[in-house]
Design a protein around this ligand. Sequence first.
Ligand SMILES: [Zn+2]
Length: 169
Amino acid sequence: MRDTLVLNASFEPLSTVTLNRAVVLVLQDKAVVEQAHPELRMRASAVELPVPRVIRLCRFVRVPFRRHAPWSRRGVLVRDGHRCAYCGRRASTVDHVVPRSQGGGDTWLNTVASCSTDNHRKADRTPEQAGMPLLFKPFVPSPGDAMLLALAADDRSALPDWLPQPVAA
Ligand SMILES: [Zn+2]
């Protein structure tokens, strides 16, 4: 199945997302279907839908950089689903894989979500030095992810379904 094109509320093309994500945005009333595949229907959450080819966001989303999401602590937590990269439990802090004291920067590839216990335990060491291997590799969010991160930042209470919901503190 092809990806779905996402337009901003201003009709400006933003990015493409998977069909699954497009449908979630429509079901959450965050986007409307602008153009659908003729003759194709799909079922999602017990409703029948046209298969969207183009959707448009209901609210204008400011995406500062078209190609890459700007790095942010909250973005790292959302990207990693609020899961600690060292133990898999709930994370509320951001850890620098290569510590800042060793030249590591605030970048997508050098930061992961971490629980405060592991962040404290790892301290100013690399995962190798600390003997704490990463459960997953950090990655740079795609343009589609960048848009969804912007959406999430816009409306904290209604993250898309595919993102693990934050647990109330
Ligand atoms: Zn942890």
